[in-house]
Design a protein around this ligand. Sequence first.
Ligand SMILES: Cc1cc2nc3c(=O)[nH]c(=O)nc-3n(C[C@H](O)[C@H](O)[C@H](O)COP(=O)(O)O)c2cc1C
Length: 189
Amino acid sequence: MRFVLAATGASGAIYLQRLLDRLAAGGHEVHLLLSKYARVVVAEELPGGLRVPPGIKEWRGDASMHVPFASGSARFDGMAVVPCSMGTLARIAHGTSETTILRAADVFLKERRRLVLVPRESPFSLIHARNLVAALEVGAIVVPAMPAFYHRPQTVEEVADTVVFRVLDHLGVPAEDAPKWQEAPAAGE
Ligand SMILES: Cc1cc2nc3c(=O)[nH]c(=O)nc-3n(C[C@H](O)[C@H](O)[C@H](O)COP(=O)(O)O)c2cc1C
């Protein structure tokens, strides 16, 4: 499958790294874009920087419109913005389209293709909440960077994967090894 993976300047570069590794291991075609502030966050949060697996197409800069996914005529299966800053969320929700990432998101929305946003901020202001609603109203899938703990993750990577697995589900490439919720009632129920 063909995906666009964009990263912006919110905390959570580990989600980007884990998702990139999964998509590369699955043999998918991945076009990677980082905003200027995504690079700042990666430098803060990932010792050694982002590892871009072989086969991933990384586009340098976030200004060009000469990329295949800036046009609706190129067929792609999905786009994820991981992590998604509240600024980028706002700009996507309002269709400003002035950078490569924003134009790509705009194209995925107009073409009714999967667009998965992984916002991270705490607490939310009313502006953030309204922009989340606006993004949902225009068809984005919002998978907040809210890890789950019911499978008792033992490492930071396992915690991050609770979010990454949800993103993969919504991109249409569910991970075989993602823990499933047990249908049998737990002790004490
Ligand atoms: C280290 C660092 C962490 C940040 N964390 C967040 C965050 O978690 N959420 C957020 O919305 N913005 C965060 N910001 C602010 C954004 O990077 C800033 O609003 C930037 O303009 C976003 O631009 P972009 O969406 O084009 O990447 C952070 C900035 C830095 C430098």
